[in-house]
Design a binder for this molecule. Structure first.
Ligand SMILES: Nc1nc2c(ncn2[C@@H]2O[C@H](COP(=O)(O)OP(=O)(O)OP(=O)(O)O)[C@@H](O)[C@H]2O)c(=O)[nH]1
Ligand SMILES: [Zn+2]
Length: 330
């Protein structure tokens, strides 16, 4: 990493022999290890550098990095936090870990690190730029909810994630379409997980759009490949393990040293823009989605409530969304 020297991601390190004197971890993790003060912990995913009394090998580094292992694995020490002289690069490294869906933890300048790929914070900004998104292709896709629908698939040149938009009914000017901005939830969308409300929300959105199409309008489902509010499936499952220990959905992300909300709504706005849609009626209970899309140039004619019945497994999750994340839920 430009300015930082070699950073070896602890979770995916191929150089199994690597050892180092310093690790880069999150402020949340440093706080759990009692190495950071409250000011550092104000941003749980901020980077903190720590030094150990002994060099770190990968086994020790993993134990330091992964909070889900704490109960099984009492931590060794002592460790000490030290100032970082390359703050911007350190922040970019934490962001790269989130995007890669791995624990935000790195060996710093390890011995036996193997080959390294140069990356700069500017590369990351370019990679994230929504303007680089293009429509890759589109085709008719009859679905159960409505057989008159089409799937439009999007891609950036160097981002493997394939976001897509299902257009239900005929896209025309006139009435603003009913839009659902849905972020991938493999557990809820495919497996029928009861821990969240994603699956029922997806089904209800498709039904509402089909109804809209039957009345001469149309609907657009934006399906975005940003699992777990942008932390990936593996980290979401780590967060579920922490939730089983008593942390709520926000605390669990934070304890992993990841943002509790890392979704990219600018790219959602860009998808609508590429479809030629500037005005929508948005199915959501999340006012932050409304604000984010408006900030990126989409005019929201109406917020359409999208609350589905709860169950005993998702009741706490929904209450946390209402009480801590400001969702308009009863
Ligand atoms: N990290 C994490 N992600 C979760 C958890 N439960 C659900 N998710 C993710 O949260 C996202 C749900 O997004 P949406 O339903 O589109 O949005 P929302 O913010 O709930 O707002 P609505 O539009 O009102 O539904 C999906 O990416 C899920 O994978 C959890 O406990 N932890
Ligand atoms: Zn879900």
């Amino acid at each position: 990493m430009e300015g930082a020297g070699i950073l070896l991601p602890i979770e995916t390190a191929m150089a199994r022999e690597a050892t180092c004197g310093h690790l880069l971890i999150s402020a949340a993790r440093a706080t759990t290890l009692k190495l950071a003060n409250q000011r550092d912990a104000a941003v749980p995913h901020a980077p903190v550098m720590i030094r150990g009394a002994e060099p770190f090998d990968l086994d020790l580094a993993v134990a330091v990095a992964d909070p889900a292992l704490d109960l099984a694995n009492p931590l060794k020490g002592p460790f000490k936090a030290e100032p970082i002289a390359w703050q911007e690069a350190a922040e970019a490294a934490m962001e790269l870990a989130r995007i890669a869906g791995i624990l935000p933890a790195f060996m710093i300048a390890p011995d036996h690190a193997g080959e390294a790929q140069p990356v700069s914070p500017g590369d990351l900004a370019q990679w994230s730029d929504p303007d680089r998104l293009r429509i890759a292709t589109r085709a008719k896709l009859p679905v159960t909810a409505d057989d008159d629908s089409e799937l439009v698939v999007f891609r950036k040149p160097d981002d493997m994630r394939e976001h897509c938009a299902l257009v239900i009914g005929r896209q025309m000017g006139g009435k603003a379409p009913l839009v659902r901005l849905h972020s991938e939830c493999l557990t809820g969308d495919i497996l029928g997980s009861l821990k969240c409300d994603c699956g029922p929300q997806l089904d209800a959105a498709l039904a509402a759009m089909a109804e809209e199409a039957a009345q001469g309008g149309y609907g657009v489902l934006l399906y975005m490949r940003q699992e777990g509010r942008g932390i990936g499936l593996i980290n979401k499952m780590r967060a579920y393990r922490l939730q089983d220990q008593g942390f709520d959905t926000i605390e669990a992300n934070e304890r992993l040293g990841l943002p509790d909300e890392a979704r990219d709504f600018a790219t959602a706005a860009r998808m609508l823009d590429l479809l030629g849609i500037g005005e929508i009626r948005l199915l959501t209970n999340n006012t932050k989605k409304v604000v984010a899309l408006e900030t990126h140039g989409i005019s929201i004619r109406e917020r359409v409530a999208h609350e589905l019945p709860s169950n005993p497994h998702n009741r706490r999750y929904l209450a946390t969304k209402r009480d801590r994340a400001g969702h308009l839920l009863t």
